[in-house]
Design a protein around this ligand. Structure first.
Ligand SMILES: NC(=O)c1ccc[n+]([C@@H]2O[C@H](COP(=O)([O-])OP(=O)(O)OC[C@H]3O[C@@H](n4cnc5c(N)ncnc54)[C@H](O)[C@@H]3O)[C@@H](O)[C@H]2O)c1
Ligand SMILES: O=c1ccn([C@@H]2O[C@H](COP(=O)(O)OP(=O)(O)O[C@H]3O[C@H](CO)[C@@H](O)[C@H](O)[C@H]3O)[C@@H](O)[C@H]2O)c(=O)[nH]1
Length: 332
């Protein structure tokens, strides 16, 4: 029988793709999700256990039922704008909820933990490319909550021997090329799906949040990584833990980006080319909490894990997202 991995947030965008990658790698992904932003229809590759991370009794029951060998923790609130307006929701929903999960993990005797962190933990570093050693100075409660969970994992490593792989993602985009799962947020806040909504008339126009940033065309720069490449790194990270490459109590941090930065206007231009359709646009003010430039300067995941982000080009990410978009997501 294949080994089970508990996947929190497995009904969400990245978690559902991770479940597919785990299934393809010979594991059984067990999704634990409260469906606050996820979709039961996205759980296709293993069992589904509905529950909230704050529900410790339910978590204990799920650990006892499935006896996972490791945890992959994707479940989180992750909207920068919302985090600016309602920081308490992020400290509770991300930090307190992760504490509950980590304590349940340890109580179940599990010591291998893969965590979704973010380059939003870095804040603004004046255009410097970011790597695992860059200081984490988040600009918003979302980034601060993720930095706090990273600290928590290190503390429980020291006290209880928890071993963790921490991935700091840059901007995740694209969809499963087979169309089984994809990105579907209600409401959507991410740039590429919003551009596609504007292209096919689901919204009037895309609003560019800020055109006066100190960049070549005045818009923010991000490093986009294909969701399939990202979840490949998770399988490699899991094996890194299971193969004993991380000592008891230790943690290993990896940035997941490509080193290529694209401005909002460049993403719009690529979207126009890929879809061969115009993108209706408005220019609006800056969005609070946005860093000017977030680009990974790290090769560590490539060097240590053997990661090969081969699908992470804008044309590939946009065309996979466009194919998924045209199929209508999970909407009934
Ligand atoms: N999308 C990106 O570009 C990006 C970049 C960096 C980091 N991340 C991180 O990756 C992870 C996944 O992001 P996503 O884009 O797939 O988000 P998502 O909203 O699609 O998925 C999150 C899932 O977690 C579930 N969830 C949230 N709170 C829960 C709780 N308390 N109990 C149980 N389930 C809960 C939701 O229902 C949802 O299915 C998050 O941790 C996010 O911070 C995402
Ligand atoms: O309607 C829109 C939406 C976005 N943007 C801009 O597009 C860029 C990318 O925005 P978005 O797709 O919302 O991603 P980020 O705010 O960069 O955050 C994402 O990427 C982070 C890592 O960089 C993750 O931590 C977050 O979870 C994830 O939401 C930013 O400059 C936005 O200001 C617009 O101009 N108009």
């Amino acid at each position: 029988m294949s080994q089970k991995v508990l996947v929190t947030g497995g009904a969400g965008y990245i978690g559902s793709h991770a479940c597919k990658a785990l299934r393809d790698a010979g594991f059984t992904p067990v999704t634990y999700d409260n469906l606050c932003t996820g979709w039961q229809d996205a759980v296709k590759f293993g069992p589904f256990e509905q529950g909230d991370l704050m529900d410790r009794a339910r978590l204990d029951e799920v650990f006892a039922t499935h006896k996972p060998i490791a945890v992959m923790h994707f479940a989180a609130l992750s909207q920068v704008g919302e985090a600016m307006r309602e920081p308490g929701k992020y400290w509770r929903g991300n930090v307190s909820a992760s504490l509950s999960l980590i304590e349940a993990t340890l109580a179940a005797g599990v010591r291998s933990f893969v965590f979704s962190s973010t380059c939003a933990t870095y804040g603004d570093h004046d255009g410097v490319v970011l790597d695992e050693n860059t200081a984490q100075l988040p600009l918003n409660a979302y980034g601060a909550s993720k930095r706090a969970i990273e600290d928590m994992l290190k503390d429980f490593g020291a006290s209880d021997g928890l071993k963790s792989v921490i991935f700091r993602y840059f901007n995740v985009a694209g969809a499963d090329p087979d169309g089984e799962v994809g990105e579907f947020h209600q409401p959507e806040t991410h740039l590429i799906p919003l551009i596609l909504d504007a292209i096919d008339g689901k919204r009037d126009a895309l609003t560019i949040h800020g055109t006066d940033y100190p960049t070549q065309d005045g818009t923010c720069i991000r490093d986009y990584v294909h969701v399939m490449d990202l979840v490949d790194a998770h399988v490699l990270g899991l094996k890194h833990l299971l193969d004993g490459k991380v000592a008891a109590g230790a943690h290993d941090v990896f940035c997941l980006g490509t080193g290529n930065g694209f401005s909002v206007r460049e993403v719009i231009d690529h979207s126009r080319h890929v879809t061969n359709r115009p993108v209706p646009l408005n220019e609006g003010p800056r969005r609070g909490g946005d860093a000017v430039k977030l680009v990974s300067g790290s090769e560590k995941a490539v060097a240590v894990l053997g990661w090969n982000p081969e699908r992470s080009t804008l044309p590939q990410m946009i065309s996979d997202a466009w194919r998924w978009h045209q199929n209508g997501g999970y909407e009934r």
